[in-house]
Design a protein around this ligand. Structure first.
Ligand SMILES: NC(=O)c1ccc[n+]([C@@H]2O[C@H](COP(=O)([O-])OP(=O)(O)OC[C@H]3O[C@@H](n4cnc5c(N)ncnc54)[C@H](OP(=O)(O)O)[C@@H]3O)[C@@H](O)[C@H]2O)c1
Length: 323
């Protein structure tokens, strides 16, 4: 495959996070050398002047925004102000500084959880803003919708290539395993790991376990981002036409299971039998969140990591990297 991206200078914002670090690994494997990263300590993306100065100095051709305040249902519900402000500032600062500094291509990350709570399933791109949002993550969703719509507005006004990818739930290396702020997959992995070590009989699962979710290994998202960027840089007419029509594109695995089924899959990775105890005092969140990913599938991309392999490798990563 011809790699058009080789000639481009790419800034990955949020490279220490789960998604950013996966993209960095993916690009390194492809031997892309012109990659720019900067730590949060040196570049706080909520500070516009710092972001603008950084882009003036580094002059990237492409910016991939993987930075943001991210978390599970409890963190989202407890800290709505931080989820709203930080995500809006990071996205708008990057977008505006990109536009001012002639960065033509910008990838923004949305999420399946910003579609309306009662969306028809599977969720198509144009269901966005067609109904009420899920109450528990409303602040995050509103911030993400601001970022997504802003890409559309910049494209209309400045003829830029700014678009948003809408992944389903992600998991994998460098995920957040802190139970209070994590998503459900790393949370359940950690609970099983702890229960196994401490010889406990049960693990507690938040909610009824009946909500259905679609998950994808983060390395599949990295491959999707590479796939789209490479097509954009090759000026692939079909892909550019699709992106012109849809400024946000769903990226999912096209499979869904209940939280209980995921918990059972994770439980099977341990020798000792540990029982599930559902704590229904926690909310279930949206009942279903299955993306219709037919647009990206029709471009020729598909995820390749099975849930079983992905969960097994994530547990292995957790055991090797646990502090
Ligand atoms: N995780 C998922 O399941 C999922 C699903 C769909 C979409 N997404 C989207 O994918 C993106 C990345 O998510 P993730 O799971 O990789 O999150 P993550 O692991 O929490 O990583 C976020 C990164 O952003 C950086 N960051 C946060 N605030 C910053 C600031 N003010 N200035 C500079 N850097 C800052 C963090 O730096 P530190 O490490 O220094 O704190 C971290 O490296 C987000 O936009 C998220 O909405 C994620």
């Amino acid at each position: 495959m011809k790699i058009a991206l080789k000639k481009k200078k790419i800034f990955i914002a949020g490279h220490n996070g789960m998604v950013g670090s996966s993209i960095l690994r993916y690009f390194k494997k492809l031997d892309l050398k012109n990659i720019i990263v900067q730590s949060k300590k040196k570049l706080d993306l909520t500070n516009y002047n710092k972001v603008n100065k950084f882009l003036i100095k580094t002059k990237p051709d492409i910016v991939i925004n993987c930075a943001g305040r991210v978390g599970g249902i409890l963190a989202n519900f407890t800290y709505p102000k931080e989820f709203l402000f930080e995500n809006i500032y990071i996205q708008l600062n990057l977008l505006d500084a990109c536009c001012k500094n002639n960065v033509r291509t910008y990838i923004n990350l949305g999420s399946s959880c910003i579609y309306p709570k009662k969306s028809k399933q599977p969720i198509k791109e144009d269901y966005l803003l067609s109904g009420k949002l899920e109450h528990t993550n409303e602040a995050y969703a509103i911030a993400k919708i601001v970022g997504l719509k802003s890409c559309e507005f910049y494209n209309r006004q400045f003829k830029t290539n700014y678009f948003t990818l809408m992944p389903c739930n992600m998991y994998g290396p460098n995920d957040n395993f802190d139970i209070k702020s994590s998503h459900f997959i790393p949370g359940i992995i950690k609970k099983f790991y702890t229960a196994n070590r401490k010889n406990m009989e049960n693990v507690e699962i938040w909610g009824s376990g009946k909500a259905k979710r679609e998950i994808m290994h983060v390395d599949d998202l990295a491959s999707a981002i590479f796939f789209i960027l490479n097509k954009v840089e090759k000026k692939d007419k079909k892909v550019l036409a699709v992106l012109k029509k849809n400024s946000h594109i769903n990226i999912g695995a096209n499979k869904e299971y209940t939280i209980k089924q995921y918990a059972n899959m994770i439980g099977k990775l341990f020798k000792k039998k540990i029982n599930l105890k559902f704590n229904k005092s926690y909310p279930d969140g949206t009942p279903r969140k299955l993306l219709d990913s037919s647009i990206i599938y029709s471009m020729g991309w598909k995820p390749i990591i099975s849930v079983q392999k992905g969960l097994r490798e994530t547990l292995k990563w957790y055991k090797e990297n646990i502090k």
